[in-house]
Design a protein around this ligand. Sequence first.
Ligand code: ADP
Ligand code: MG
Ligand code: MG
Length: 209
Amino acid sequence: GEQKTVEDFANWLRDLAVTLHENAAYLTELDSAIGDADHGTNMDRGFTAIVAVLDETTFESVDELLKKAGMTLVSKVGGASGPLYGTFFLRFGTALAGKEITPASVGEALKAGIGGILARGKPELGDKTMYDAWAPALEAYDGAVAGGSDLGGALAAAAEAAAKGRDATTPLVARKGRASYLGERSAGHQDPGATSTTLLLESAARTLA
Ligand code: ADP
Ligand code: MG
Ligand code: MG
């Protein structure tokens, strides 16, 4: 498709805010089974704050927009997910500074953002966290780009892989975050963070195609 602009990325954040608002009760219900029943309200609060920033600020560049989104999440969302998603957007934006938006540069930025999640949360694959959606998503994204996909195609592949990773969290015993306090009783429930990560990538695939 066309070269992506700061407006396209702002539209992604707006679409994601709507999606998270619509899914807030669902995400909180998932978190009520293995956490403290706030993941939906956390994400909704954070992205409502991002939309308020978008409404009052004109951003000159994609990296400034994404970094501001990250800082907003860090400051408005407590708990595990605020710092994790906040760091994702901060590093995702930073990696795009001065870069042309291409499938390859967005892939490098995704890798940097996920690196931030790893640095903050120390998740390993199979710990039943959002990383179980992010890791296969990045692998699928890179594979699609290597096969010649455009940005929308690579993001669609990432979203599809994230959904599979999300579904695969259900039987797992949590080893990170609040759900790990439940031990074996965390098995049989889908991870809330892996679910919101899938919504984030599905929204990106819709709006940045
Ligand atoms: P809290 O658990 O503090 O209430 P949320 O409910 O908003 O925060 O987010 C919970 C989600 O955060 C989990 O479902 C999981 O995906 C993710 N998470 C928690 N701890 C970690 C971690 N150490 N690394 C990666 N992701 C984590
Ligand atoms: Mg919670
Ligand atoms: Mg909480």
